[in-house]
Design a protein around this ligand. Structure first.
Ligand code: 13P
Length: 245
């Protein structure tokens, strides 16, 4: 098994700075036996795909709509992403759910559309702080898995557990808190599905997270924006997986 280290750039990196990022990261990637994926904003994707073409870095999108085409102003379809050279797509990120009002029903439709087109979806789930504090974490996770994955074959899906209180706050889940939820998700899905952790992952905590038995990689926001910190997280993943072998 190899770690999957994913960088969600969110609304950061222009086409120009995205291309520079790939060149700098690739310069260090010689012997890296990890799956590395970056998720640029839509307009940055083509230049990043081009720059990443002869490298081992893969490219994903942060969102998509579920219809194939038509009158859906501002939206992008799975087929368009695939044609642009995209391999992965994040679905149901908590910022999409909370800022843009995406429902579990919509997320379910998006997952089905991504899979039908041949993209690899990264489904994000996670509880709010109030839910954790009132002991509802596993209920919330179970609810999201049931609703989002209804009628979906999980074989080609990656799950990202991102507790909302840990995103962009510097307050990472402890390795034990993360492992507990990852173990639960893994059992719920019957094993065999890659489960990433996300939420304030940094070079300093990445090893302790990825060394946990059910943490298969990380989905990194802020610390994925600079090639050197992102690379340090990749190295932490390699070390953790060496230990788990
Ligand atoms: P941060 O790493 O900035 O907390 O963001 C996590 C995230 O939302 C990744 O999708």
């Amino acid at each position: 098994m190899r770690p999957l280290v994913a960088g969600n750039w969110k609304m950061n990196h222009t086409p120009t700075s995205g291309e520079t990022f790939i060149k700098e990261l690739d310069g260090r990637m010689d012997k890296v036996d990890a799956d590395v994926v970056v998720f640029p904003p839509f307009v940055t994707i083509p230049r990043v795909v081009e720059a990443a073409r002869k490298t081992r870095i893969k490219v994903g999108a942060q969102n998509m709509f579920w219809k194939d085409k038509g009158a859906f102003t501002g939206e992008v379809s799975a087929e368009m992403l695939l044609d642009a050279g995209v391999e992965y797509v994040i679905i149901g990120h908590s910022e999409r759910r909370n800022i843009f009002g995406e429902s579990d029903e919509l997320i379910n439709l998006k997952l089905k559309s991504a899979l039908k087109a041949g993209l690899k979806p990264v489904l994000c789930i996670g509880e709010k702080l109030e839910e954790r504090e009132s002991g509802m974490t596993m209920d919330r996770i179970k609810f999201q898995l049931n609703a989002d994955l209804s009628g979906v074959d999980v074989e080609n899906i990656v799950i990202a557990y991102e507790p909302i209180w840990a995103i962009g706050t510097g307050r990472t889940a402890t390795p034990e808190q993360a492992e507990e939820v990852h173990g639960f998700i893994s059992e719920f899905l019957g094993g065999g599905v890659k489960i990433l952790y996300g939420g304030s992952v940094k070079p300093t905590n990445a090893y302790q997270l990825m060394v946990q038995p059910h943490i298969d990689g990380v989905l990194v926001g802020g610390a994925s924006l600079k090639p050197d910190t992102f690379y340090d997280i990749i190295l932490a993943g390699l070390k953790a997986f060496e230990e788990k072998r």
